[in-house]
Write a protein that binds this ligand. Structure first.
Ligand code: NDP
Ligand code: HSE
Length: 440
């Protein structure tokens, strides 16, 4: 059978990895797909660099629309990134009846509803394994492997750049800026690295996973997003002393304790007990823990970024499409795991309604009665304390750090208690609040 023809839009970090792996492993991939998969056309703004990568194996053009217009092309792979031209090109490819593969989590988290509806109407596949956790096949695991389960929660280290930064800062004592530059050099970081360090990239991925896990539309605008830029070295140290590591986690949790249900969707630095496997995921590695009612806890670990690890997921999608594209569209695996008419409107909860435990660091005057005034406020707000640590103040020092770990509480109640504590004259600096998850 003749090879399926692929048009590649963008041949940067992931695009070049895709081209190289497809070429290197073409025999094994053909054996698995049932026919060859050939990148026949490549579009990139930098045609000279693109030609250096592909040689004469593919036609290189600068205008991506030439690829979409080519009737020979069966699958368009979008590896440009962003919401701008990438969105227009993906919608045009769908309108032209092409299947689409993309690694663009930003695009799907924000415009997924429109894109999946267009693909459904046209009977084409939009595949996006590389969009979440790079080389880890987490989309396939959630959509297919765990399809028997009611998913209870998902928690993941789903941004390699920030995990790399946190690991290097903690392990080697390196500065934030130095490590970020290295992550950029290694090809982990987004074109705009603020997406990584401010938690936006992780929130894009958590949004996509929440849709697949809970049968809701992608709703990035409802996600709570906090990155690592405000994290202080002192808190990493105190957390270690208390038996925790701080990781940037993407969390999606079903709340069946609420009368109308609800879903927590949040990204923030999180204390995790050091003995959990996920707390020991270091460098640019990603890991996702999924709790299903039948299977229990499962953990997926691997490279979440980089040229060939991400290419591995892009090519898995190409093989899937090659195997499935002749199947009746109504009998393919649905884009977001649930059939379009089985999606539900369970709301994503406001952050005030989220339940979690907290780490608090208060810089307080070292004098009698301070601890009791703080614990009184917590008690009055029905917040139960799990542990307290007070740094011994140095000779002559008039202030100290007071660290409090709480049990689970509602975030709104914690915020009320925090504003009361902050108003005490003995609390000398803004209180640091981090969330803590047991993940058990
Ligand atoms: P790169 O910036 O390395 O590559 C993008 C390529 O697209 C560049 O060669 C760029 O050319 C080209 N390009 C830009 N605009 C156009 C256009 N209009 N037409 C054709 N080509 C264009 O990005 P990555 O490979 O890192 O990322 C690609 C996608 O994969 C993004 O959505 C990213 O979020 C996602 N992703 C990336 C991962 C990674 O590890 N890097 C991991 C998982 C997902 P020029 O350089 O000249 O602008
Ligand atoms: N910038 C992303 C990361 C790339 O660091 O994880 C993979 O999506």
């Amino acid at each position: 059978m003749k090879a399926i023809k692929v048009g590649l839009l963008g041949i940067g970090t992931v695009g070049s990895g895709t081209f190289n792996v497809l070429r290197r492993n073409q025999d094994v991939i053909r054996g698995r797909a049932g026919r060859g998969i050939e990148i026949a056309m490549v579009a990139d703004l930098n045609t000279e660099r693109a030609r250096e990568i592909v040689g004469d194996a593919a036609v290189v053009v600068s205008d991506a629309r030439e690829v979409i217009a080519n009737p020979e092309i069966d699958i368009v792979v979008e590896l440009i990134g962003g919401y701008g031209i990438a969105k227009a090109l993906v919608l045009e490819a769908i309108a032209a009846g092409k299947h689409v593969v993309t690694a663009n989590k930003a695009l799907l988290a924000v415009h997924g509803t429109e894109i999946f509806a267009a693909a459904h109407a046209k009977g084409v596949i939009v595949a996006f394994e590389a969009a979440v956790a790079g080389g880890i096949p987490i989309i396939k695991a959630l959509r297919e492997g765990l399809t028997a389960n009611r998913i209870e929660w998902i928690a993941g280290i789903i941004n390699g750049t920030t995990n790399f930064i946190l690991s290097e800062m903690r392990g080697k004592g390196l500065d934030f800026g130095v490590v970020l530059k290295e992550a950029q050099r290694l090809g982990y970081a987004e074109a705009d690295p603020t997406f990584d360090i401010e938690g936006v990239d992780a929130a894009h991925k958590a949004t996509i996973m929440s849709a697949i896990a809970f049968g809701i539309p992608v709703q990035f605008d409802k996600a709570h997003v906090e990155g690592i830029t405000k994290l202080q070295a002192a808190d990493i140290k105190y957390a270690e002393q208390l038996g925790y590591r701080i990781k940037l986690l993407g969390i999606a949790r079903r709340r069946s304790d609420l009368p109308n249900g609800g879903i927590e969707l949040r990204v923030h630095p999180t204390l995790i007990p050091t003995q959990r496997l996920i707390a020991n995921v270091e460098g640019a590695m990603n890991a996702v823990v999924v709790q299903g009612d039948a299977v229990g806890t499962t953990l997926y670990y691997g490279k979440g970024a980089g040229s060939e690890p991400t290419a591995s997921a892009v090519i898995a999608d190409l093989v899937d499409i090659t195997r499935l594209h002749t199947a009746d569209p109504d009998h393919r695996v649905p884009h977001l795991a649930f059939q379009p008419d089985a999606m539900n409107d369970t709301p994503i909860l406001a952050m005030d309604d989220v339940v979690t435990a907290f780490y608090l660091r208060l810089c307080v005057a070292d004098q009698a009665g301070v601890l009791s005034s703080i614990t009184t406020i917590l008690a009055e707000n029905d917040i139960s304390i799990d542990a307290v640590l007070q740094r011994e103040s140095a000779e002559g020092e008039k202030q100290t750090d007071l660290i409090i770990l709480t049990h689970d509480t509602v975030e709104g109640r914690m915020n009320k208690a925090l504003s009361q504590m902050q108003a005490l004259p003995t609390v000398l600096a803004p209180i640091v609040k981090l969330r803590k998850e047991e993940l058990a």
